[in-house]
Ligand binder design. Sequence first.
Ligand SMILES: C[S@@+](CC[C@H](N)C(=O)[O-])C[C@H]1O[C@@H](n2cnc3c(N)ncnc32)[C@H](O)[C@@H]1O
Length: 221
Amino acid sequence: MNARDDVREAYASWAATYDTDRNLTRDLDGTVTRQVLSQLRPATILETGCGTGKNTPFLAEIGAQVVALDFSPEMLARARSKVQADNVFFAQADLTRPWPCANACMELVVCNLVLEHIEDLGLVFSEAARVLVDGGRFFVCELHAFWQYEGKQAVFQRDGEQVAVPAFVHHISSFLAAAEAAGLALVTLGEWWHAEDEGRPPRLVSFLFEEQLFRNKQVNR
Ligand SMILES: C[S@@+](CC[C@H](N)C(=O)[O-])C[C@H]1O[C@@H](n2cnc3c(N)ncnc32)[C@H](O)[C@@H]1O
């Protein structure tokens, strides 16, 4: 099995308890996402790696239409049973393959706690740029590399054993390089600590990028 199959298998098992386990990273991500995005009112949102739909109800409040993708049927089943908003459409998709979305159809793309499981950031960023309208935003909230340097990654308990989900370290510069290559400009960068993280490195990093297709075309003419 490759890493992608291992990740999928891990989430098949974790789905049953993902929402109820003690998980400060999951909780902090929810807080950060609301803090950074609450002023936006996008007509269309693509949520990539929606999992059990932890952030989906919030996105359905700020956005008119939400498409939420994940490659785990078990995580999606949880999300579908929890989130029954009329303006949310869930679908199964692997983010390491071309996304099932038309060009320039989304005003906001979000990606929360997913990229540690995906080695190549290039396709994710180029697909985000492709599906965004000009001026659209790409919000990324992931484990901070400083946190990963301490050996931290997504883990859960199953039958008394700790299961670690396969993970890749992404440096801050790797996110920025992938964004630049895709034509996405950085708007804001945040480093985030949970209340229980005092004296420790930042747990999460968030980026808000903007699709600057039109401006780039003007400059390159
Ligand atoms: C830690 S969960 C995060 C879920 C949700 N975004 C949240 O913040 O609670 C990671 C999710 O990424 C999904 N995922 C990982 N690799 C993926 C891939 N290649 N394609 C689609 N989904 C993927 C997993 O199935 C899982 O639901």
